[in-house]
Design a protein around this ligand. Sequence first.
Ligand SMILES: Nc1ncnc2c1ncn2[C@@H]1O[C@H](COP(=O)(O)OP(=O)(O)OP(=O)(O)O)[C@@H](O)[C@H]1O
Ligand SMILES: [Mg+2]
Length: 345
Amino acid sequence: MNTEDVTKILTAVTYPGIERDIVSLKLIEDIKIENNKLAIKLSISNEVAYEQIEKQIHELLKSSFDSTEVTFISKKTKSTSYGSSAKPNNRAPYAKNIIAVTSGKGGVGKSTVSVNLSVSLAQKGYRVGLLDADVYGPNTPRMLGVESEKMQWNSENKIIPSENYGIKIMSVGLTTPQSDTPLVWRSSVAVSALIQFLEDVAWGELDFLVIDMPPGTGDIQLTMAQELPITSSVIVTTPQMISTDDVSRAVMMFKDIGVPIGGIVENMSYFIAPDTGVKYDIFGTGGGEMIAAKYDIPLLGSIPLTMAIRETSDAGKPAVATDDMVQKGYYQTITNNLLSQMGIL
Ligand SMILES: Nc1ncnc2c1ncn2[C@@H]1O[C@H](COP(=O)(O)OP(=O)(O)OP(=O)(O)O)[C@@H](O)[C@H]1O
Ligand SMILES: [Mg+2]
């Protein structure tokens, strides 16, 4: 058995929590075979994932060699760039920067952050496109007031993105006759729809392509990471998530698949009573800072739970597009911090 055979066998080893094998994720640093002894070196930063991967490797290969040794080098110590082992394609060469807004969990405010970040960037004069990658629950069209628009094509047969508040928008929500049409797609179909949105939409030149990711750490997130050189990702959490493993799972997965992390946004951090203006720390304080310190990634900002944010997004007008300086400020701070983190501001 040679290293090629071993590599082939290793395609059956999956990364825990996501259905991708360690070969396609490019986590194998080295395979050595000497005197029927096998040594595999992995490049991985999540020790829990490593243990489970090691177990799978032993199971698959124990009968083929006298001994199998699996070691790992932590990506954290390798370099500041986590992108060294992943070499993504570039399906969006028209975009100077690609920002993925993501989280381990649903309903934490990814879409709200994506929409406000995009509009805020456009208000600074950048050319911005927002791709709603949430094919199962696309809600950015409603948040941007374009949900009743129909898809149109230009003379070159490219899809014309919707536009509002100075940004271009593409979403599966714009392709269905009614915005609440349920989408029941196999994940391969969902992935090809997104690739089409990257390649067949007349985005024009963009300074920023912002991608509103679906919840979780599944196929779509991985495909995006493999098909796009993501410049920076923004991880949205709520204080409740801080005490769970969801944030760390998302952070670790991104590090392992080579996506740079721009920082964390803590959403619904505290509640401000609309009548009295009194601030209530419903979930305690400091969670965002704690998680940022733990993983050595910046905290880009905290957003309180406010009636205004929910009402404006339901009404199709993002908070940053209103005159409410307080609500706007939360997102502007995050935008500025992200830009400076990316070395742009
Ligand atoms: N800071 C906030 N204050 C009040 N309401 C908020 C805030 N952030 C988000 N919301 C509301 O919470 C709901 C969920 O937010 P959003 O759709 O942005 O989350 P999501 O992470 O994109 O969800 P999904 O995982 O379903 O895509 C929406 O109704 C939104 O208006
Ligand atoms: Mg969403």
